[in-house]
Design a protein around this ligand. Structure first.
Ligand code: NAD
Length: 321
């Protein structure tokens, strides 16, 4: 029997657990970093979401580790190089295009953020909860015939574009790696071209050396002062100090974020400069990385990853993986 450690097991799919129990013993534990470094040495497989950094130190402390399993597409919480060097497989949703076509949670949340920001929903509701019925302080904008600029036209970007079409928006995209696009999508040759055109810019690229801080001082200065920026990808894709400056100086109308830089630090301390700003300003909306967190998508993805991990572990026993 394999020993499987799940260190992020809150509400973990019962069906996924049943699949894993058929090949191993699952230990569900809440561990500090020090405890993880101490205990990982007993396990064949580690299951995480985003709450822990599986870095070189963790991987090196795990002599029997065969696989790290994560029901996510973004993998920046795992040191892939260190895993490859030690022959540890990373089992994830990355590249599982067929399966992911049926997972719409983050694309839908992108729209929840966009509409909430545009129509001042959180602030209007706060005001109602304070006993007011003020119809005039929360005037918002419309999307009809405006341009939605999608940076990265992959799985999520494509869905966000389709939803935008239902709002009668013009869809423009910048994705140098996509060749075939639907006729109704205008393809920009450069990011600058998209930023100058779009009323709403939505980011759907993976975090990589190429995309880190791809929205910085120059890019924010090209965006028009009535435009909105939505980021449900990764915090580090945006230069946060430049975003703060742009919001403070009304260089853009607003931003809505589901991700920020150093989410670990924010979780532990409750402090982040953008969160501080959002406490007193209505042009910035932040949610705590809940894009993928729907009952449906978490259940589906955890079962899918459990099946993948089970197959991998069984094949490793017969020496086939
Ligand atoms: P995907 O791989 O299907 O699509 C990414 C697209 O970005 C691809 O089409 C690729 O060609 C394009 N791209 C890559 N580099 C680019 C660049 N420099 N400029 C422009 N385009 C570029 O990924 P996806 O499933 O659509 O997910 C996108 C990202 O969303 C993930 O990497 C992850 O970071 C994030 N995500 C967030 C949540 C959440 O809970 N907020 C959930 C799932 C995914």
């Amino acid at each position: 029997m394999f020993k499987i450690l799940n260190i992020e097991h809150d509400d973990y799919s019962l069906a996924a657990k049943r699949i894993l129990k058929s090949v191993g013993e699952i230990h569900e534990k809440e561990l500090s970093r020090a405890e993880l470094l101490d205990q990982i040495k007993w396990y064949d497989a580690l299951i995480v979401r985003f709450g822990h950094r599986v870095d070189r130190e963790v991987i090196q402390a795990a002599p029997y580790l065969k696989a790290i399993a994560t029901a996510t597409t973004g993998l920046d919480h795992i040191d892939l190089k260190a895993a490859a060097e030690r022959g540890v497989a990373v089992i994830s949703l990355k590249g599982e295009y067929e399966f992911l076509r049926g997972v719409s949670a983050t694309a839908e949340h992108t729209w929840a953020l966009l509409l909430a920001l545009l129509r001042n929903v959180p602030h209007a509701f706060d005001s109602v909860k304070r006993g007011k019925w003020d119809r005039y302080s929360f005037r918002g904008g419309e999307l009809y015939r405006k341009s939605l600029g999608i940076v990265g036209y992959g799985r999520i970007g494509e869905k966000v574009g389709k939803y935008g079409r239902a709002f009668d928006m013009k869809i423009v995209t910048y994705d140098p790696y996509r060749d075939k696009l639907p006729k109704w999508v205008k393809c920009c040759d450069t990011l600058d071209e998209l930023l100058a055109l779009a009323n709403v810019v939505s980011l759907h690229v993976p975090l990589s050396r190429e995309t880190v801080r791809m929205i910085g001082h120059h890019e924010l200065s090209i965006m028009t002062s009535n435009s909105l920026l939505i980021n449900t990808s990764r915090g580090a894709i945006v230069d946060e100090s430049e975003l703060l400056y742009a919001l403070e100086n009304n260089q853009l109308a607003g931003a809505a974020l589901d991700v920020v830089c150093d989410e670990d630090h924010l979780r532990k301390t409750g402090y982040h400069p953008l969160v501080e700003y959002a406490r007193n300003h209505s042009n910035l909306l932040i949610t705590p990385h809940i894009g993928g967190a729907t009952y449906e998508s978490m259940e589906k993805t955890e079962i899918f990853i459990a099946e993948k991990l089970k197959t991998f572990l069984l094949e490793s026993r017969t020496g086939r993986s």
